[in-house]
Design a protein around this ligand. Structure first.
Ligand SMILES: [Zn+2]
Length: 694
């Protein structure tokens, strides 16, 4: 289809959302009413730009636009989504480790020889863990493009090392996907690992613990079928750019082999991704690879291939945004064609929504918004003008909170950032993705761009909404690219500085000697010890902290084995603290110690709470902070009454239960206030009116 109408990322209706007991989300013009947002502005100043677009500037005094920090943070999504056998060493996030180390298969070559194919590595696609070839290649290509076009920004922000780690991880994976025969030619290419529906439906949890049985299949493109010209060619383009950036000749060799493979096979788009990523054409990707390889090598055959398809509808789709389904704007950059870049950038002008925000499509609108920002800024580079600089920067400011609802769409960027991005690894909990809502997430998904608002301005910060709040490697790729391009125009200005708590080239990590809990060797054993003055105190029992958090120590040492609710002082507050694997967990849950099960609020027992509360095992009846296992009957929670048996909500209960107001008809564990009629239980017929037995 034209104009990327197929570009909706995932089939609507694939996953049914559940609102059972989810916290109520009150929608306003742009998003839920959030307690963090203070003064929102109802009026602002309208600004008009060169391209005749306008936007409202709310001039919030407590939102700063620090593009060095934005670039620094935005790279971290790739640490969160990193996959393979070396994540533990490479990822800058302490909560990520090696995963999917079983991503391996066998492939039988034309010669009859069967070889082992190891496709560990790469990056998880989004909040889930599938590795789709099209977004692997696209995000790698965009990140490499960004470094290629805005290297000065990376150098000024001290992000060259971080970028190289990510770029290398991509390049290594794309090369691993190549199945070579004895002559060194490609016979097959892995275009997908994992299956979209299986991955979503069978598992929600840490990637490190995902079982291979949850649909972790491996899909090949080869001469026999599933040609996937789009993925093969876009992977070639990404590797060619990796060579341009890092002079890695093995990447150039790989790119040339991949292009030859695409050229010699019949040409067709990938189909294994199904409705998740149904590509509308391969010609753009093929032309992009040909254009870059021609620029690098000067070999005429690349130009010949380029000319065959460069004027096809899909090979020249300059009237749409850059996306995984349309790389034509990047071709225009390599052909130095300012006119085509302008055509793409000006797509924004006909998709102006609420308050001047550019919204091409409702699903993941922020990804198209940042992609158009980058295309506008590419135009400026090619034309050597500043035509789009201010208007694209204004769009980025909108995404950072300069909107009437003061809602930022980048996690961790400021006080108005999303709290509940749709992301399995960061969630840190194991229950169904259908039941997340606003359950506290264990880890911060720093720098992740969420889906963003719809064209009518609505947005909800809730983890079970994958339209507003999913994150993805393709979303962040254009966030990174636009952040770097915008920062290029602000290098050296005051307020444009990276956060010292996060990665910076050549900076020493924060010295451990500042912390009470340090990694040391004591009596021949290396571990984490309580050593506030640099000397281990083996008599210490209690809580102490370091950069990673608060720890419970026994005999001066972190055992990483204590899971309990323990009395002590944490962050200056004395109380009973929830400890898991020896670390204080600042979450809301229900947890146990030897005296019973307790309601935990932000890590500490809350003895004032009476009601229902949730942990990974279910919903529990809490009386003055403690689970009452003797409770049986109806308990009010929000607007509903729930049936509790032995202290736990029984969602399977159907029948009659009573309280001081009378007898009530329950189904699914809940009083059915909407029901009137007759029901039969235990041989007896009851007449029900509005849920009540009459
Ligand atoms: Zn993985």
């Amino acid at each position: 289809m034209e104009k990327g109408n197929t570009a909706l990322k995932k089939g609507i209706g694939k996953r049914i959302k559940s609102f059972i007991m989810a916290a109520a989300v009150a929608f306003s013009a742009l998003g839920p009413v959030s307690s963090t947002a203070e003064a929102r502005s109802v009026s602002g100043e309208t600004i008009r730009f060169n391209d005749s677009r306008t936007i409202t500037d709310y001039k919030y005094s407590d939102i700063s636009y620090n593009y060095a920090k934005l670039l620094q943070y935005s790279l971290y999504l790739y640490d969160a989504n990193m996959c393979g056998t070396n994540v533990g060493n490479r990822s800058l996030l302490s909560w990520r480790g090696n995963c999917h180390t079983y991503d391996k298969a066998k492939y039988t070559l034309k010669s009859g020889k069967t070889i082992d194919v190891d496709v560990t590595g790469g990056f998880h696609d989004a909040g889930d863990h599938v590795k789709f070839g099209i977004t692997e290649a696209y995000s790698a290509m965009v990140l490499e493009m960004s470094y290629y076009t805005d290297k000065a920004a990376y150098e000024a922000a001290g992000q060259t090392g971080h970028m190289k780690t990510i770029a290398d991880h991509y390049a290594e994976y794309l090369k691993k996907c190549m199945v070579l025969n004895d002559d060194g030619r490609i016979e097959a290419f892995v275009v997908q690992v994992g299956e979209g529906n299986d991955d979503h439906n069978t598992y929600w949890g840490a990637p490190e613990k995902q079982p291979q049985s949850s649909g972790r299949k491996i899909y090949f493109a080869d001469a026999k079928g599933n040609y996937s010209t789009d993925i093969v060619a876009l992977s070639a383009a990404a590797l060619a750019l990796h060579y341009l950036n890092y002079k890695d000749t093995s990447s150039l060799t790989a790119a040339r082999k991949l292009f030859t493979f695409a050229k010699n096979n019949p040409k067709a788009v990938n189909t294994t991704a199904g409705s998740f990523y149904a590509s509308s054409g391969w010609e753009d990707d093929y032309c992009l690879a040909a254009a870059i390889l021609y620029q690098i090598t000067g070999t005429e055959s690349y130009n010949t291939e380029y000319n065959k398809y460069c004027n096809t509808t899909k090979g020249n789709n300059i009237y749409w945004a850059l996306s995984w389904d349309n790389t034509a704007p990047v071709i225009a950059y390599f052909k130095n064609d300012a006119g085509k870049l302008k055509s793409s950038a000006d797509v924004a002008g006909s998709h102006i929504s609420n308050e001047g925000y550019v919204c091409l499509l409702d699903w993941g609108s922020a990804r198209y918004n940042t992609a158009l920002q980058y295309v506008g800024l590419l135009y400026d580079k090619v034309s050597k003008t500043s035509t789009y600089r201010n208007t694209e920067e204004a769009q980025m400011k909108f995404l950072l909170g300069n909107n009437s609802q003061k809602q930022c769409f980048v996690v961790g960027y400021n006080a108005y950032s999303p709290q509940y991005p749709h992301h399995e690894a960061a969630s840190g909990y194991g229950f169904s993705e259908l039941d997340q809502g606003t359950y506290p997430m264990k880890y911060s998904l720093i720098g992740a761009l969420v889906g963003g608002p719809k064209s009518d301005g609505t947005y909800a910060d809730t983890a079970d909404d994958y339209i507003y709040n999913e994150v993805a490697i393709d979303y962040n790729a254009t966030l990174v690219a636009s952040a770097a391009a915008i920062y290029s125009g602000h290098i050296g200005e005051s307020g444009q500085t990276v956060d010292s708590k996060y990665y910076k080239d050549n900076s020493d990590p924060e010295p451990e000697k500042l912390y009470d809990v340090r990694k040391m060797t004591y009596k021949g054993v290396t571990g984490w010890y309580y050593a506030p003055e640099g000397k281990v105190i083996p008599t210490f029992n209690g809580f102490a902290s370091n950069k990673s958090g608060w720890w419970y120590l026994e005999n001066g040492k972190v055992s990483f084995k204590v899971t309990d609710v323990i009395h002590g002082k944490v962050k200056g507050k004395t109380g009973w603290w929830y400890v898991k694997d020896s670390k204080v967990q600042f979450v809301d849950t229900v947890a146990k110690n030897s005296k019973g099960w307790w309601y935990i609020k932000k890590g500490m027992i809350d003895l004032t709470y009476t009601g229902l509360a949730k942990n990974e095992n279910g919903w529990w009846r809490i009386v003055k902070g403690k689970v009452n296992f003797n409770c049986r009957g109806l308990v009010k929670h929000g607007d509903d009454w729930w049936y509790v048996r032995d202290g736990k909500v029984d969602f399977t209960f159907e029948g009659i239960s009573s309280n001081s107001y009378g007898k009530w008809y329950c189904k699914g564990g809940k009083v059915q206030f909407g029901f009137s009629g007759k029901v039969k239980f235990n041989g007896k017929t009851y007449t029900i009116k509005d849920g009540k037995v009459v």
